[in-house]
Write a new protein. Structure first.
Length: 86
């Protein structure tokens, strides 16, 4: 009716009901991990480039995929939004 068939869940994972409704109504989803650090600037001093943050970043991506992997509406994963160079 509104000619919309896909949605990007920027910049964070959404409520479970949203995924259920998209599954039911055939809306495609770009599921996005909660990784965003552009407010800290870009370049080597951004926290996304620090090795001590790597485990936290990977954890967020793994948890997103584990949570939403069985939703047919999810057509691909976004590893975050404007997360610098990391």
């Amino acid at each position: 009716q509104l000619n919309v068939n896909a949605v990007r869940t920027s910049h964070y994972p959404q409520q479970p009901l949203w995924y259920q409704l998209c599954d039911e109504y055939g809306i495609y989803l770009v599921d996005e991990a909660n990784l965003e650090s552009h407010g800290l600037g870009f370049g080597p001093d951004n926290v996304s480039n620090f090795p001590e943050w790597q485990a936290a970043h990977l954890d967020r991506v793994k948890r997103l995929i584990e949570r939403d992997k069985n939703h047919p509406s999810v057509i691909f994963w976004s590893l975050g939004n404007e997360a610098s160079n990391g």
